[in-house]
Design a protein around this ligand. Structure first.
Ligand SMILES: Nc1ncnc2c1ncn2[C@@H]1O[C@H](COP(=O)(O)OP(=O)(O)O)[C@@H](O)[C@H]1O
Ligand SMILES: [Mg+2]
Length: 196
């Protein structure tokens, strides 16, 4: 168990996040039911769809609705089956990448991990102020994965329409890849688990 947890740490999954399991994700309203069902369906279909065009899953919308919880639950289950997932906390990673943009070699090394891993989990995509270089970095990662049919698990507080409005190139690729497993949780206080 310790060994497993250390392995997860190297993928960016910390001890706190290990609590995010399917078994403790409560179905407490229609939105949480749909979210959980879609996540489980994705997990079950994964072997079949992983190299297909529609091989990804998107959780978007309401803050506090369990998007990160279910994304991490998926990651933990994949890691248990030796499928290598890399966790990318969007805000932290993008900041680090931007600080290193002038060092081309280091920049490539930083983003290549997110481009090439077996499964990428982008948590909280486009959180915070975004500008053109954020979009460019995200495009480089998403487009690489799109071209190479590599799955992505994405959580974002933005609706699909907003994601498309930020950048159509990025938004439409994400949508195409996750079309079969889109969980859009309506922005409403009733969907915030913390306030239930
Ligand atoms: N349906 C649920 N059952 C159990 N815990 C939940 C559920 N939804 C959310 N939580 C918990 O509420 C907190 C916020 O969820 P989180 O996944 O961070 O939300 P989001 O990423 O959508 O903002 C976390 O501690 C998470 O484990
Ligand atoms: Mg979250």
């Amino acid at each position: 168990m310790e060994k497993l947890k250390n392995e997860w740490k190297s993928c960016g999954i910390n001890t706190e996040m290990c609590k995010h399991k399917f078994s403790n994700f409560e179905v407490w309203n229609a939105a949480s039911e749909r979210a959980k069902d879609t996540a489980i369906a994705y997990y079950q279909d994964f072997a079949k769809v992983r190299s297909e065009r529609r091989n990804s899953i998107l959780f978007c919308g309401q803050v506090g609705s369990g998007k990160t919880h279910l994304s991490v639950a998926l990651a933990i289950n994949f890691l248990k089956k030796k499928t290598r997932v890399v966790y990318m906390p969007y805000r932290d990673v993008i900041t680090k990448i931007k600080q290193n943009m002038l060092d081309a070699e280091y920049y490539c090394k930083l983003i290549s991990n997110y481009q090439t891993c077996e499964v990428l989990l982008i948590d909280d995509l486009f959180k915070g102020k975004i500008n053109e270089s954020d979009i460019n970095i995200v495009f480089e990662i998403i487009n690489y994965r799109y071209l190479n049919f590599l799955p992505i698990i994405i959580s974002s507080e933005f609706s699909i329409d907003r994601l498309l409005a930020f950048d159509e190139g990025v938004g439409s690729r994400i949508y195409e890849m996750s079309k079969d497993y889109v969980v859009e949780i309506k922005t409403h206080i009733n969907n915030n688990y913390r306030l239930k």
